[in-house]
Write a protein that binds this ligand. Structure first.
Ligand code: SF4
Length: 542
């Protein structure tokens, strides 16, 4: 059963006087007291109004949020099937116990057609843009992608938000922030695995960010943005600086309240208004305009063109895939709920849009039908709530028909867990350097030790690889490498070896079984007790 409760949330910093279970239906305590000091959603909204629509403003720039609603269908509703028979082991060269070890599984993949981007792990870092938490951790994120051999996308509004950007005739001529991000990736890139791309929304296109990225920064990958998993309105950030708010307003952004209004300026200076919201405009694409746009981007030099699609209704998801097919796009990232975000309206994150599990079923079926009609099928990346190797196995396997096409899903895009990995690596490293680890995390320190080189399992490998350069590596990058390559990558290899499929393109739907009738219906995958019935009968009758 789908469950949510808008009366309280860790994200908005609201809670109830009574136990949550006692207020499940309407989000207020059964008896609301005149002298209650607790800040529930209604109570906080009575004081802070629209601010309560968002994750806690005091955590802005230091946090990333994502929905915790139960949508009734979860990746856990699919179970991965394993095998032991020689004939179930692929490719055939692995039908040898000395070769069939999980370390030998090939989990590499690629995105795009004419100029494919090779990935060492079927993971990409979804667009992280101008929001403070992404800007602050940019060097860690992009270096982490580079050393992990994966694709990362710089999110929307970076040039427009850059206080030092040079803009003339309404077009970006230079953006030190954008350049810094591209260079942060390239400094650690081996030139072969992964790449860095730039995402563009309506404001970015007006500013000519795509042309700037292609021509001045020699970026290969441009991603258009139609939406994201966390919300179906444009990107938003919170601004705590009046001059910054004024600059953005003058650059054409929607800023609320209007920082050019003298009364607003007075209120800000008096501490009555504490922050501004910067919003982006909404796109209104048509298939024809999109096809033209993609052609133009290619003429301008983009080698790989992709699209980030949000959590819109089923018809619109399929419409986007059709548009991408007609534009011969390289990839589409479909981002469902619960998407991670620096700042998005919390009720929207919970209640509006298609959750990722349902979205994957819709999109994969549409991809299959396009393929059957002989149409171009862009590579698909799914996003929205992925964090574990099991989920990645399942969504890739779901997108390949046994002895048929696919896998249509080439990789999974992540943002929130990537930032979590950066946060944790930075925090524990800082404690270790300051000699505080024993005090802050006593059990961890007792078991692993207190030196920086002891807290990371991958430290030795990276030291061998980078030697003295390791000192320059932003420590959050080590967290990303450890999480993506060692946890997700090795975990995926283990699951694939258990299924006896030693290459990513050999995963298919026959390796999945549904655990609930809803999962069976949505994914069109049989339940475990229905699986293999005919083969079992034939075996027993033979
Ligand atoms: S204000 Fe009323 S509804 Fe809110 S927490 Fe207090 S008692 Fe409960």
């Amino acid at each position: 059963m789908a469950r949510t409760n808008l009366g309280f949330s860790d994200a908005t910093g609201t809670r109830l006087r009574v136990r949550y279970e006692d207020a499940q239906v309407h989000g207020l305590c059964p008896i609301c007291l005149e002298d209650c000091p607790v800040l529930c959603t209604v109570g906080r909204a009575a004081l802070r109004g629209r601010e309560v629509l968002y994750p806690r403003p005091d955590y802005f720039g230091r946090s990333v949020a994502g929905s915790n609603k139960i949508y009734g269908l979860d990746w856990a509703d699919l179970q991965i099937m394993s095998d032991v028979r020689a004939e179930a082991t692929f490719p055939e060269e692995f039908r040898n116990p000395d070769k069939a070890i999980f370390e030998a599984v090939d989990i590499t993949t690629s995105i795009g057609f004419k100029h494919p981007i090779k990935l060492k792990v079927p993971v990409t870092i979804a667009a992280l843009g101008s929001t403070k938490v992404a800007a602050k951790n940019a060097e860690h994120i992009y270096a982490g992608a580079a050393i992990s051999g994966i694709l990362t996308i710089i999110g929307e509004n970076v040039c427009g938000m850059d206080p030092n950007a040079v803009i003339s005739n309404g077009k970006v001529q230079d953006s030190p922030d954008m350049r810094r991000r591209v260079e942060a990736f390239r400094k650690w890139w081996d030139g072969e695995w992964g790449d860095i791309g730039v995402q563009t929304n309506v404001e970015d296109q007006r500013l000519g960010v795509d042309v700037y990225a292609i021509t001045k920064l020699e970026v290969n990958v441009i991603e258009r943005k139609w939406g994201q998993g966390a919300k179906s309105i444009g990107g938003e950030v919170r601004i705590f600086d009046l001059d910054r708010a004024i600059t953005l307003r003058k650059r054409g952004y929607i800023v609320i309240p209007d920082p050019l209004d003298p009364a607003v300026q007075e209120a800000f200076k008096a501490g009555i208004i504490r922050s501004f919201e910067r919003h982006s405009r909404l796109g209104m694409p048509t298939i024809e305009s999109f096809v033209e746009d993609v052609e133009k981007l290619r003429e301008q030099g983009a080698k790989v063109v992709g699209l980030k699609m949000g959590q819109y209704r089923p018809y619109t998801l399929v419409w986007a895939l059709k548009a991408a097919s007609e534009a011969k796009l390289d990839y589409v990232t479909f981002d469902g709920q619960p998407g991670g975000t620096g700042m998005s309206p919390w009720p929207m994150m919970l209640e509006q849009g298609v959750p990722t599990t349902y979205m994957a079923a819709i999109v994969i079926e549409a991809a299959y039908r396009l393929w059957k009609k002989g149409k171009h099928v862009p590579h698909i990346m799914m996003a929205g709530g992925f964090c574990c190797p099991t989920q990645i196995f399942k969504v890739i396997a779901l997108s390949k028909w046994p002895n048929g096409p696919g896998p249509f899903v080439k990789a999974v895009a992540m943002a929130k867990p990537i930032l979590t990995a950066v946060f944790k690596a930075k925090l524990f490293y800082e404690w270790a350097v300051k000699g505080e680890l024993e005090k802050r995390a006593p059990q961890f320190a007792k078991f692993y030790g207190t030196k920086p080189e002891q807290i990371f399992e991958v430290w030795h490998d990276l030291k061998v690889k980078f030697g003295d350069r390791l000192k320059e590596l932003p420590v959050g990058a080590i967290g990303i490498y450890s999480y993506v390559v060692e946890y997700i990558g090795v975990g995926l290899k283990q699951l694939m070896a258990g299924a006896r499929r030693f290459r990513l393109d050999l995963l298919d739907r026959s390796l999945l079984a549904a655990l609930t009738p809803l999962a069976k219906e949505v994914f069109k995958i049989p339940m475990i007790h229905e699986l293999d019935r005919e083969a079992i009968d034939a075996l027993l009758e033979s």
